[in-house]
Design a protein around this ligand. Structure first.
Ligand code: SAM
Length: 318
């Protein structure tokens, strides 16, 4: 499978502290000078696009806490050959930024939201702010993006009772509600034993409450999600089943974190870095050569390739 998708983490900092994501050891962030600057991120993005990448998704940490993120989006959107620039955010800062980001050239936005109830939202994220996330969702829907998605991780005993409530949003709102299976990725999430609430269980809950889910044909923008529609709905419901399904064979993405370390797979160690080349003023040809090597490693990656053990989603960006 050709690599045409880059997930680019802008920062390891986040304004939430989610029970299944943020590392156990609090406040251990990279030093400011270790993070790639706007020019370095843009140069790296341009090199990936020269190598065949057509879509870039900005993630984090929380990408909207990155200084002058609107300016950075403008620089990235201007990279020649890039077809789609997307962003994944917790939505807290999106109310004010959705319009300016759209104007700067952002095409799509995914908003991570795990509860529609203030108390559960606080339990999961360690913070209030559900009203701010809703302001973000409304602003994104009003800003004219080519796609708005909600990403929800259901966990048994925590928020699995909200499956139908989330799916119900797709009846009235023109967005895709996607359920992502929980993964015990780092030390903190590994403590949530038995939290996995599978796609099959989620579908059952939704169909019992709201009727049948009709399967829709796969679109390129759906990635590994299988997508459905409830009868008469304006929006769609999707499922990403990383635990109960195995989609390595169709994986088209690589990841770069905010310090320029590149991961051929979410669960692999970083195999290459670009910061030395970006900081050292290496010519484009040298940068291009390293990216070719990364893509070669990626193409030989298999499910049983060396695993990094624990994965910090909060710095790689999920
Ligand atoms: N701060 C941004 C956000 O909240 O969307 C971007 C970074 S966050 C790490 C990206 C996605 O990873 C979120 O949708 C989050 O739910 C997901 N994620 C983090 N840890 C996870 C885990 N253990 N299992 C499944 N999804 C996880």
């Amino acid at each position: 499978m050709a690599v045409d998708y880059l997930r680019l983490s802008l920062t390891d900092r986040c304004n939430l502290n989610c029970v299944y994501c943020t590392p156990l050891e609090k406040g251990k962030f990279l030093r400011h000078e270790e993070l790639l600057r706007h020019e370095e991120l843009t140069r790296a993005a341009a090199a990936f696009v020269r190598a065949g990448v057509r879509k870039i998704r900005l993630t984090g940490g929380e990408p909207l806490v990155k200084k002058n993120v609107v300016g950075l989006v403008g620089m990235l959107a201007a990279v020649p050959g890039l077809r789609e620039l997307a962003l994944t955010t917790n939505g807290l800062l999106l109310g004010k930024l959705a319009g300016p980001l759209r104007e700067a050239g952002l095409d799509r936005v995914n908003i991570s939201l795990d509860s529609l109830r203030e108390e559960t939202f606080r339990k999961i994220t360690g913070s209030s702010g559900l009203d701010k996330v809703w302001a973000g969702i409304s602003a994104a829907l009003a800003a004219g993006y080519s796609g708005v998605k909600l990403n929800t991780v259901l966990m048994k005993g925590l928020n699995d009772g909200e499956a139908a409530d989330f799916a119900r949003l797709s009846l009235e709102l023109p967005l895709t509600v996607r359920f992502i299976e929980f993964y015990p990725a780092n030390e903190r999430s590994a403590r949530l034993k038995g939290a996995l609430f599978t796609t099959a269980e989620t579908k059952r809950r939704i169909e019992d409450a709201l009727g049948p889910l009709e399967r829709l044909p796969a679109a390129a923008s759906d990635g590994p999600a299988s997508v459905y529609r409830l009868r008469g709905a304006k929006g769609r419901v999707g499922f990403i089943s990383g635990r109960s399904d195995y989609f390595c064979g169709s994986c088209n993405r690589v990841r770069m974190d905010c310090a320029g370390r590149v991961y051929p797979c979410l669960f692999s160690p970083a195999t290459h870095g670009l910061k030395d080349l970006l900081r050292g003023g290496a010519p484009d040809a040298v940068l291009d050569d390293r990216i070719k090597k990364i893509f070669l490693v990626k193409s030989s990656y298999r499910k049983d390739s060396p695993s990094a053990g624990h994965v910090e989603m909060s710095s790689i960006g999920g």
